[in-house]
Ligand binder design. Structure first.
Ligand SMILES: Nc1nc2c(c(=O)[nH]1)N=C([C@H](O)[C@H](O)COP(=O)(O)OP(=O)(O)OP(=O)(O)O)CN2
Ligand SMILES: [Zn+2]
Length: 144
């Protein structure tokens, strides 16, 4: 996997963990104004997840890298994203665009982190859809 430099996000936490992984998925953008993206097509999505926190768990982890990948990869790899109930063909806030997929990855990961006693926070999701197109999602509540 290519090693990349990512845009950094400011945060007040002592530890910052980053996990890179890829998944292959198909999608379409269900609106007549979406041009060629209305047609079903596929991408090898590349993502970098940034998690921060002040407390480690009983294993010395902020969070297990493997759990972060599994949450997303097991759900979306080799799937048609429009068929996942987390997305919708009716509401643009839930069309599987790069922006919405990045936000959705954040929501899935943060829901898992909220269950952990050491309370890590996902501060950034970088999602590359093509060699020339990517989106960064940063939850607003983490901005000071
Ligand atoms: N804001 C968004 N714009 C577009 C999205 C999107 O999710 N958010 N998606 C698409 C298409 O689905 C496509 O996956 C990416 O389009 P594009 O970057 O135009 O891809 P190309 O390879 O054709 O781009 P080049 O400029 O030739 O590299 C479109 N827009
Ligand atoms: Zn696409």
């Amino acid at each position: 996997m290519m090693q990349q430099i990512y845009p950094v996000t400011e945060h007040p936490y002592a530890y910052e963990l980053n996990k890179d992984f890829q998944f292959a998925a198909a999608h379409y953008v269900p609106h007549r104004d979406a041009g060629k993206c209305q047609n079903m097509h596929g991408h090898t999505y590349f993502t970098n997840i940034t998690i921060a926190g002040d407390e480690l768990d009983h294993t010395g982890f902020l969070v297990d890298f493997k759990h972060i990948k599994d949450l997303i990869h097991k759900r979306f790899d080799h799937r048609i994203m429009n068929e996942d109930t987390i997305f919708s063909d009716q509401d643009a806030e839930y069309f599987p665009t790069t922006e919405v997929v990045a936000r959705t990855i954040y929501e899935i990961i943060q829901a898992h982190l909220d269950l952990l006693p050491n309370k890590p926070i996902c501060v950034q999701v970088y999602l590359r859809e093509t060699p020339t197109s990517y989106c960064i999602y940063r939850p607003k509540e983490n901005k000071s």
